[in-house]
Design a protein around this ligand. Structure first.
Ligand code: FAD
Length: 290
């Protein structure tokens, strides 16, 4: 099923779409455990699961497509396959799309990706909107795009970033998935701006469950997510107590999702970090809301 149709279905029951993100493990050993992870995640019945894709050469070859295939064929859940384009040629992207088509995979998240200085750029694509158009020209795919409630780090300002996001939607993106954020108010403000800009596709709110301090610091560095005071206080209070920080982090995330749902978000996308125990705990807390 195409993801826009999933949103239409869930709308009828007045419930948000629930989805997960997973990544192909970089180490062979972890890759062997992916079945167990998938089984536990699929048992939580998300509406779809997205699978990340290396910016170029950073994941075990072809694992994104293999994992997506398993999600679809073994577990009967819709996969959303991420594809990045800075380090791939049109021909390489076409090859990936052909594989997806052969496996009946219909949903693709079209991304620019980040520059990897160790891998040559292919220069067939400069921005994600070009990849969106290309994928649409290659087959009957539902294409999603990424969006940034706190503005993409390279964008000069929020308005320019939203204009650029509109290009992605005009090119054919029918659904957006947001970067993770910890402050819901920033998401609500961003969402309103997308509607003012004429962007009318569903937007998934990206939420990352907080399990430890190092993880949060890494995320704040990579994507620039800001920490609201109430959350920073939790991190500080339980800095020395891993178990307590884990409990407090789970409570924070569940609370964050409840607030998002109370504000009628169209979808909640959980960055699971391949941790089904965390995903289960969150899902147990919101089971009757989604
Ligand atoms: P774009 O939409 O191209 O935007 C990049 C920058 O260019 C922005 O500043 C934007 O304002 C500007 N811009 C966009 N279009 C134009 C234009 N036409 N003209 C001028 N400026 C423009 N990375 C991975 O490597 N693998 C993954 O699997 C992956 N999954 C992700 C999933 C989500 C939900 C998100 C939010 C990010 C993901 N990323 C992933 C990271 C992503 O690749 C980076 O954030 C990257 O820097 C931007 O990708 P994009 O597709 O948003 O780029």
């Amino acid at each position: 099923m195409k993801i826009p149709a999933i949103f239409e279905e869930k709308k009828k029951s007045n419930k948000p779409v629930l989805s997960f993100e997973i990544f192909p493990p970089k180490k062979e050993a972890a890759l062997k455990n992916i079945d167990e992870t998938l089984e536990m995640l699929c048992d939580l019945h998300p509406d779809f699961i997205s699978v990340t894709f290396g910016a170029g050469g950073s994941t075990v070859d072809n694992q994104t497509v293999e994992i997506a295939k398993k999600i679809k064929n073994t577990y009967g859940i819709e996969p959303l396959v991420h594809i990045t384009c800075l380090h791939y040629s049109k021909q390489e992207i076409t090859e990936i799309l052909k594989q997806l088509e052969a496996f009946g995979i219909e949903n693709v998240l079209a991304l620019r990706g980040d520059v990897n200085p160790d891998i040559p750029m292919k220069h067939d694509f400069k921005y994600a909107n070009e990849l969106v158009s290309f994928i649409k020209s290659q087959g009957d795919f539902a294409v999603s795009g990424a969006c940034y409630p706190e503005t993409h780090l390279e964008a000069p300002d929020a308005i320019t970033d939203i204009h650029n996001l509109k290009r992605k939607v005009d090119a054919g993106a029918e659904h957006l998935v947001s970067q993770l954020f910890f402050d819901n108010e920033l998401f609500y403000d961003f969402y309103e701006k997308t509607r003012i800009a004429g962007i009318d596709v569903p937007v998934d709110a990206g939420v990352m469950p907080v399990t430890n301090r190092a993880q949060i610091e890494r995320m704040v560095n990579i994507c620039g997510a800001s920490l609201p005071d109430k959350f920073a206080r939790v991190l500080k209070k339980y800095d020395e107590n891993k178990e307590a920080l884990f409990d407090a982090g789970m409570a924070y995330t569940i609370n964050q999702i409840v607030d998002l749902i109370a504000h009628d978000v169209e979808g909640v996308h959980i960055y699971t970090m391949n941790n089904p125990t965390v995903a289960k705990r969150i899902c147990d807390g919101i089971r009757n809301l989604v």
